[in-house]
Design a protein around this ligand. Sequence first.
Ligand SMILES: Cc1cc2nc3c(=O)[nH]c(=O)nc-3n(C[C@H](O)[C@H](O)[C@H](O)COP(=O)(O)OP(=O)(O)OC[C@H]3O[C@@H](n4cnc5c(N)ncnc54)[C@H](O)[C@@H]3O)c2cc1C
Length: 376
Amino acid sequence: MKVIVAGASISGLFTAYLLAKEGVEVEVYEKETLLGQPSRTLIVTNELKHVLGFIPEGTILNEVRYLELFSKSKSARLVLKDPDLVIEREKMVNSLTRLAREAGAKVILKHHCEGFDLFGKKVVVRLRNLETNQEIRTSADILVGADGTRSKVTLAASRNGHLLAALLQARVRLPEDGKQDTVQVWFNSDRTKYFYWLIPESDRTAAVGLVADDARQAEACLTEFLQSKDLEPFEFQSALVPMHRFGYGGDVLSEGRNVFAVGDAAAQVKVTTVGGVVTGLHGARALADAILNGRNYPRALRELKIEMNLHLLIRQILNRFNGEDYDQLIGMVNGELRGILEEWNRDELKQSFLRLIWTEPRLIKLGAKALLKSFL
Ligand SMILES: Cc1cc2nc3c(=O)[nH]c(=O)nc-3n(C[C@H](O)[C@H](O)[C@H](O)COP(=O)(O)OP(=O)(O)OC[C@H]3O[C@@H](n4cnc5c(N)ncnc54)[C@H](O)[C@@H]3O)c2cc1C
């Protein structure tokens, strides 16, 4: 069996590695000249270790044990049972590439995937060699679109594009009141329905950023935020990230079940925090398992979909929160919710969701009030 993967980033390379180590012939095509570009500071939960089964060498920049949350007039500090991991995308991609290549996968740079055609049970992938501008057609049994937010594989299957959010962050010197072991999150619903963050990379530098509806709003808000904190950026990192939707079925892209999407290409993103690293890796594991064992990919994704749907439910409520709602929420975090939020991480919402509601029934009232307000 031959599998072609479009996109050599976290989700595509992990899929390639899992398949190649079981003896599948795998070719990964990446449009960029260098792997892991552009570089990006990412924060993930300890779930990274579980889904990968290992930690790629040299990828962890920092570990953070404390999470500080700020609303208009309240704050809370959580002690995480398992520290969050701050990782660097370029290092992670290089490490996964090494593993995929050692397992036998070919990773080929400077090749742009432009689409595909179906011939019987085969997929003919259209690629462009970006050095020679020559078009190449190569056939495979399976095509995996791991080519990110604006996936050509997904578009070639006549799927509409994804709903998008804009992520923008600046690298800065760690402020004097910042701590290497503490992530800070600010909710300011007048500026963004999402949030701002400061992620320490070390005792010297940090990534400060936000999620917004579009790139222009993100830029205006970040500029204002950096000025208010007297922070001088020395690098910017930005991109659009897809948002998971209820009932989204863009994981299988052909009737013959031989073209699939994974990671950002399939909008496998937790939309509360707009984090797609761990969910994309879960997607990769589910897809590799489905290909290797002849299982149904959507069925293999069921657990991940439940997790992502719960995040989406919460996001839809948070999108309607105002400053007072966030004050109330942080008040509850300081009360009954603290223990659960410290124990269960944000990739374990399936396990913690009912516990949260059971422990703090006022959450239902707060959510219902926010929904009602938006209808009125
Ligand atoms: C500023 C910023 C901060 C973020 N912070 C976090 C965070 O803290 N935690 C978290 O979990 N997530 C975070 N995210 C989201 C996270 O980065 C993505 O969800 C994740 O990296 C998606 O990985 P992927 O492999 O699916 O896709 P991508 O990383 O987008 O990879 C797609 C790959 O495909 C290649 N490609 C694209 N088109 C083609 C084509 N036509 N042919 C060939 N190759 C192609 C691209 O060059 C790229 O290498 C952040 C995103 C941004 C922008």
